[in-house]
Ligand binder design. Structure first.
Ligand SMILES: [Zn+2]
Length: 214
C-alpha cells in the first residue's frame, strides 16, 4: 500500500466518531447510584388547581436515584434541570415508593425516566419553559414519566413501537394502586385501567402523566 494512503487511513481512524453529527437524546450515565441522594423533606401544600395554582414548601426530586433518572423536555437531555423537579412531599414520596416497588419486582428493568414535575413555587409552566409546555403541572401534584423501552435503554421512548407495553402497564397499575387521581396515556398505546382514572390523551404516546391527590 502506498505510504501516503496508509497515513490517510490512520488519520481517518483517529477522527472522532460521529463528530458533527446530530446528537438526539444522548443517554444519561447508565450507572445508578448505590444509595439514594438525600431529600429535604417538608410538609408541602398544593394551592389552587393543577392548571391554575401554586406550590408552597415543595420538595425537590433528586436528579437521579437507584430506581430513576430524570429527563428535561426543554433540553431533550438528562438530567432534568433542578427547577423543573418540584412537587408536594406526597407526590415525591409516591413516585419514589412506586418506582422502588416496581424495580424490586423487576430488577432487570431499566430505571424509570422521570420528566417534569412543577417549578419551585409552582405556577405557570407553559411553552415558554421549553418543549410543548404544560397546561397543568402548576401545584406540585403532577409528574410526567417516560415509558420503559423494549431495548432497556435509559432514554425516551419517542415512538410507540419502542415502548415496553408490559412494563408500562405495570407502572400504570402501580400508580393506580397508589391512589393516583389520573394517569394519562397515549392513544397509540394499549394501556388500560379503571375508566375515569386511566385516560387516553393526545401527546401522551411518549410519556404518561400521573396526578396524585393533594
Ligand atoms: Zn404532564
Amino acid at each position: 500500500m502506498p505510504r501516503l494512503l496508509a497515513v490517510l487511513i490512520a488519520l481517518l481512524a483517529l477522527a472522532p466518531a460521529g463528530a458533527g453529527a446530530m446528537q438526539v437524546d444522548p443517554p444519561p450515565v447508565a450507572t445508578a447510584p448505590e444509595v439514594d441522594p438525600p431529600i429535604a423533606w417538608r410538609d408541602s401544600r398544593a394551592v389552587g388547581m393543577p392548571y391554575a395554582g401554586r406550590l408552597v414548601d415543595g420538595v425537590r426530586l433528586p436528579s437521579e436515584g437507584r430506581d430513576f433518572w430524570t429527563y428535561d423536555w426543554g433540553l431533550r437531555a438528562a438530567p432534568n434541570r433542578p427547577w423543573r423537579r418540584w412537587g408536594t412531599d406526597g407526590l415525591v414520596q409516591t413516585v419514589l415508593d412506586v418506582l422502588h416497588d416496581y424495580r424490586a419486582a423487576h430488577p432487570e428493568a431499566p430505571r424509570v425516566g422521570v420528566a417534569d414535575l412543577s417549578r419551585p413555587h409552582g405556577g405557570r409552566f407553559g411553552k415558554n419553559f421549553g418543549g410543548l409546555g404544560h397546561s397543568s403541572h402548576q401545584n406540585g401534584l403532577d409528574v410526567d414519566l417516560l415509558y420503559p423501552r423494549r431495548d432497556g435503554l435509559e432514554r425516551r421512548a419517542w415512538a410507540p413501537e419502542l415502548v415496553d407495553q408490559r412494563l408500562s402497564q405495570e407502572l400504570v397499575d402501580r400508580f393506580v394502586d397508589a391512589g393516583a387521581v389520573y394517569v394519562f396515556t397515549g392513544p397509540r398505546l394499549r394501556l388500560r385501567g379503571p375508566r375515569k382514572v386511566v385516560v387516553r390523551l393526545s401527546h401522551h404516546d411518549d410519556h404518561m402523566h400521573v396526578r396524585v391527590r393533594p
